[in-house]
Design a protein around this ligand. Structure first.
Ligand SMILES: Cc1cc2nc3c(=O)[nH]c(=O)nc-3n(C[C@H](O)[C@H](O)[C@H](O)COP(=O)(O)OP(=O)(O)OC[C@H]3O[C@@H](n4cnc5c(N)ncnc54)[C@H](O)[C@@H]3O)c2cc1C
Length: 379
């Protein structure tokens, strides 16, 4: 019998494993069941790996604030250099989007975020390479936002967890009960606590125990492009359409959110090149004239672990099946939150309650109660 069994060894599952195993108060046995040790389809390996403070939900701000502090100390904590860059995020709003941006700004300011609102003239002054056509307001994060090597973070959590005695089993969970899982190999593993951290497949895994969990795989394409004349130092820019772009080494990466109705669950993991032609390139070329000459040099597709209920993480114990703990549904902001969620879930398992950040509002209970904690800034 294991003390803790974690389904899914991506950034979330491996962070939970490492936070538990590295806590001196914990002396139990941990096993992580990961069906694909190459992580070919895992979100953590296909992420844009960016981190921000600009959320509309205070708890998300706090999760990511712990995240950036953790990333800065990654060398000391995990022995890895994550190449953290901190040029900030720049959200753009049209006239229609202005009230929501101001409301989000009020929340972020109250939470102590370093954010400034820029009217078009100030925006042009700060970022002369941007076209302010159709822009009424911009929100610029001046600290604690940027990007990093997400796959390296996941691998470091995994490596360090294993060094501390966590066992990784390369198998697939095909059956789920309160204290046991059935594996595709035919083996059965028992545990006092089972953590569901199966990323985009978490809804499927929960269904094995007849538990409804509103988390499904939603495909997102990322395009890597080159430009002849780079515009200059660039934050991560999110256009009014949701199309985004940021530097990646000497290249740029960008993508968009498919229209609702054209975003089915579990679509094949194939790059949607028409998204570049129809949406990403026209939007970016219009917003940043230097991107008119963009040339795609690579692309990939990955799944968001999309929470259809309210696009926020689902974290904590199942209200009736108390041996089952969720850590999923982060809808495109999970890799930056993996350090804080790992710490929180470890506290919950070890001490029976959260000790630092109280993640109770992200509990499963809100779903049954129909009480969404809706995150408006989902990119
Ligand atoms: C294109 C893209 C861009 C993104 N950009 C950002 C960003 O900028 N910032 C940010 O914070 N987040 C971003 N995200 C989201 C982020 O990557 C995810 O939230 C995070 O990686 C989720 O980690 P995870 O460990 O929960 O899931 P995963 O990394 O998917 O890990 C889950 C693991 O569970 C395993 N598994 C599933 N089912 C089973 C089973 N039955 N048995 C055994 N194993 C199983 C899978 O093989 C997988 O390895 C992005 C995601 C994508 C796809």
């Amino acid at each position: 019998m294991f003390d803790v069994l974690i389904v899914g060894g991506g950034a979330m599952g491996s962070s939970i494993a490492w936070h538990l195993a590295s806590d001196p108060a914990f002396s139990g046995k941990i096993v992580v069941v990961e069906r694909d040790p190459t992580y070919a389809r895992a979100s953590s390996a296909l992420s844009a790996s960016s981190i921000r403070q600009q959320f509309s939900t205070p708890l998300n701000i706090h999760l990511s604030r712990y995240g950036i502090g953790f990333l800065r100390k990654a060398h000391q904590l995990l022995g890895v250099d994550l190449g953290l860059k901190e040029p900030g995020y720049l959200f753009l709003a049209s006239d229609a989007g202005q009230p929501a941006m101001r409301a989000n700004h009020a929340i972020q300011s109250a939470e102590g975020c370093a954010v400034e609102l820029l009217e078009p003239a100030a925006l042009r002054k700060r970022f002369p390479w941007i076209s302010t056509e159709g822009i009424a307001l911009a929100s610029h994060g001046t600290a604690n936002e940027g990007w990093f090597d997400g796959p390296a973070l996941m691998q470091a959590f995994r490596r360090k967890a294993r060094e501390l005695g966590v066992q990784y089993v390369g198998d697939e969970v095909v059956g789920l009960a309160p204290h046991a899982v059935a594996l595709r190999s035919g083996e059965r593993l028992e545990a006092k606590t089972i953590v569901l951290a199966a990323g985009p497949w978490s809804g499927e895994v929960a269904a094995l125990a007849d538990i409804a969990l509103p988390v499904e795989p939603r495909r997102r394409s990322v395009f890597v492009f080159d430009v002849r004349e780079p515009p200059g130092p660039t934050p991560l820019v999110i256009d009014v359409t949701g199309t985004w772009v940021r530097p990646e080494g000497r290249f740029y990466i960008g993508g968009t959110t498919p229209a609702e109705g054209n975003d089915p669950a579990g679509a094949p993991l194939e790059v949607q090149h028409q998204e570049w032609d129809d949406m990403v390139w026209p939007t970016l070329a219009n917003r940043v004239p230097a991107f008119e000459a963009a040339k795609v040099v690579n692309a990939w597709a990955g799944y968001y672990e999309y929470n259809t209920f309210d696009q926020n993480g689902i974290v904590g114990r199942h209200p009736e099946v108390e041996s089952l703990v969720f850590a999923t549904g982060f809808s495109g902001h999970g890799i930056q939150q993996s350090p804080a969620v790992g710490r929180a879930v470890a506290e919950l398992i070890l001490h029976g309650a959260y000790r630092t950040l109280d993640l109770t509002p992200f509990g499963y209970e809100r779903i049954a109660a129909g009480r969404p904690v809706r995150e408006l800034n989902v990119v």
